[in-house]
Design a protein around this ligand. Sequence first.
Ligand SMILES: Nc1ncnc2c1ncn2[C@@H]1O[C@H](COP(=O)(O)OP(=O)(O)OP(=O)(O)O)[C@@H](O)[C@H]1O
Ligand SMILES: [Mg+2]
Length: 238
Amino acid sequence: MALLEVKNVFKSYEREILHDLNFCVQKGEVIGIIGESGCGKSTLAKLLCGIEKQNTGDILFEVQKNKIREIQMIFQNPIESFSPRMKIKQFLYEPYHYYEHLNKKEALPLIIEMIHQVGMNETCLDKYPHELSGGQLQRIAIARALIVKPTLLICDEITSSLDQIIQDDIICLLKQFVQNKDTSILFISHDLSLVQQFCKRVIVLKEGRIIEDLPIKQLLESKNNEVQKLISASYLNL
Ligand SMILES: Nc1ncnc2c1ncn2[C@@H]1O[C@H](COP(=O)(O)OP(=O)(O)OP(=O)(O)O)[C@@H](O)[C@H]1O
Ligand SMILES: [Mg+2]
């Protein structure tokens, strides 16, 4: 069985947003999901991690136990992942506490090692989220996801609010995740040039439907007009 199977999924709000989606994600696969603004990418992400429920169809996840741990999501706007009154230290301690049952003293050296891994230093630990920049917060969000070691990591436009240099850093960090073959990643972006850097397969959404689901190399040669439009839009942004 695939790690994740999406079968005949429909989602409507006032109107239909997602229409008959079907795809599978295998263990360790890194998949880009692209499509223009409003095509339903974030709605799909919310269904996959259970924030919203589809109207019909099935989303089958191989790991039934501890789904909240196994599927992690990183958002476009990093501040959304944080509680305003919680220090960074506490935010990073939580997964060690809940999943590994470590006390604060045991977790601290691991937390410090992890923030070094994402290019930050200890001084951030005593800060509140509003005292850090968007790029710094996104690194902390990635650090937390690294700690949790999810089976499926969903990244929804996680570099869109960041400048180019920080964007590149964040992509480097994600590549570390990719090397850890146990984690499957769904990387949602409107920018194919980013997706191309580390996704082997790409799903293209258009108005709530999958119009392509191909290995990246074949996608770049696709004759589909809509795909070609997305490709040229992405490269114009470079
Ligand atoms: N909770 C909601 N209630 C009503 N409509 C919604 C809701 N969430 C999303 N929509 C609508 O669903 C459509 C798809 O939205 P979605 O956020 O999934 O797009 P997206 O592909 O992520 O776009 P973007 O690239 O701009 O982030 C939009 O028309 C949006 O207005
Ligand atoms: Mg979105």
